[in-house]
Design a protein around this ligand. Structure first.
Ligand SMILES: *Cc1c(COP(=O)(O)O)cnc(C)c1O
Length: 457
């Protein structure tokens, strides 16, 4: 059957505008995470122009579209300098942090096989590692073993070392982990990884575009890059603190021979010779062009300034939240601020803030590691002009009553679970409510729910 919807460009545009208007405003400075705003619209405009120029060019065949090679080498050159990688390094541009992490795990698996090791290759990572690493284990037939963390969310090195075995294919650490913003003791683990010849991946999806510039501008920053000899790969997201349009990340490998494990070549196909350095095959060169444009336009000096701006915002918010009686949950790098209160209920607080338009995150914490339930803010430069408004609303949110407290959720868990099942629950509370249910029940519930949401019209 032929559907003639008869929508003309104007009508389609109306639909687009209506949908866009119902979305959270990503330039409002009231969102934390999801969006990373340098506070300068010219950057995005330039990058999107670049995207348009190259949107039809195809990474699939970089012998035909050599712009794909040009941009990728230029970008890798910048990252090589920022992460102080050796000349032997090679960078692979990906669609995002998840793909970068997937490639790091896949490469480690291939290395494991190349060494002739038998059995299921295992990834060892802190409990605070990003879930994309578990997803990598799921995709590539690996196991992942989560190691306990201390009360700052950093991996317990002794426990990690104890977990190393013949099955260990990869150790993965964070610089920093997204939840708490703490950087694992990478230098300490690096020397063991080097000595035992086990690949070490540093997930710097969050920190890779800030920590090097903190160091360059004289702010103390934790060690995480290729100057640590045990580090074999590092993932860094451009679409976070690189402020590029979404769809841009890189995994940098210490040397191209090790990295070769993730290249897929198939010369016996019915069509063309397939050569993929990343997971996807056809991809727009536009993503590369846009990232190249933003990275070049901001440049080392620009990223230094933006890093300082984030640091200043962090210090100011930290001080003022401290005056309201909030306590920082963990020490952290300045892009992430986590806090809780010894007497106010943070659930009530966060719901009050939400009513005032702030989109914060509530982390359920790790009672087993002495990490309490926590409010999480991911700070980007745009927040520097939001400090006053945030603190004013935070002050009010401490005394107002949202109608729901953490205790309510615990006491009336049945009610909240029912609300969740019927799609009524506040998205911020979902992790707390889910936490009270059995994991397999939770998974079924979520799969059913998303199948409903995405049912074709
Ligand atoms: C965001 C993030 C990722 C995954 O990145 P996506 O771009 O969302 O796929 C991986 N690790 C960390 C630490 C992150 O913050």
């Amino acid at each position: 059957m032929w559907y003639d919807t008869g929508m003309n460009a104007e009508q389609i545009n109306e639909t687009l505008n209506a949908i866009a208007a119902s979305e959270p405003d990503t330039n409002s400075g009231k969102l934390f995470a999801y969006t990373f705003d340098p506070g300068n619209p010219a950057i995005k405009q330039l990058a999107l122009e670049a995207y348009k120029k190259f949107s039809d060019k195809n990474c699939l065949d970089f012998t035909v579209f050599q712009s794909a090679i040009f941009f990728e080498r230029e970008i890798a050159g910048m990252v090589k300098e920022w992460l102080r990688a050796p000349d032997s390094c090679i960078g692979v541009f990906t669609a995002g942090g998840t793909e970068s992490v997937l490639l790091a795990a896949l490469t480690a698996r291939e290395h494991f096989k190349k060494l002739g090791k038998q059995g299921v290759p295992e990834i060892i990572a802190p409990a605070t590692i990003h879930p994309s690493m578990s997803k990598a284990a799921f995709y590539f037939g690996m196991d992942i073993r989560k190691i306990p963390v201390d009360e700052s969310g950093r991996v317990r090195v002794a426990a990690l070392l104890e977990a190393i075995s013949d099955q260990t294919a990869l150790i993965a650490l964070s610089a920093p982990n997204w939840a708490y913003g703490t950087v694992d003791p990478i230098a300490e683990v690096s020397s063991v990884a080097e000595q035992k010849q086990i690949p070490l991946h540093v997930d710097a999806c969050v920190g890779g575009m800030v920590l090097p510039f903190m160091r360059l501008s004289g702010i103390e920053a934790p060690e995480f890059d290729f100057t640590l000899p045990g580090v074999t790969s590092v993932s860094v997201d451009f679409h976070k603190f690189g402020y590029t349009p979404k769809g841009a990340s890189m995994v940098m490998f210490r040397d191209s021979e090790y990295a070769a494990g993730s290249i897929y070549v198939d010369s016996h196909t019915p069509g063309y010779v397939l050569v993929n350095r990343s997971i996807l095959s056809t991809r727009s060169v536009g993503h590369l062009a846009a990232a190249y444009t933003a990275l070049s336009y901001i440049g080392t000096k620009g990223y230094e300034q933006l890093a300082v701006q984030i640091q200043d915002t962090y210090e100011s918010l930290r001080g003022q939240l401290g005056s309201l009686g909030f306590e920082m949950t963990t020490p952290s790098v300045p892009m992430i601020l986590t806090f809780h209160h010894p007497t106010y209920d943070v659930v009530n607080f966060a719901l009050n803030m939400k009513k005032k338009g702030w989109v914060l995150h509530l982390l359920k914490g790790y009672p087993e590691y002495n990490i309490p339930m926590t409010v999480h803010l991911t700070l980007s430069p745009v927040h520097s002009k939001m400090i006053e408004a945030f603190i004013r609303d935070a002050k009010d949110s401490c005394v107002e009553n949202s109608g729901v407290s953490h205790e309510d959720i615990l006491l009336h868990s049945e009610k909240f679970i029912r609300k969740l099942a019927s799609g009524e629950s506040d998205s911020m509370l979902i992790p707390l409510v889910l936490d009270m249910m059995e994991p397999d029940v939770v998974e079924k519930l979520i799969i059913n729910a998303v199948n409903q949401w995405f049912k074709p019209k």
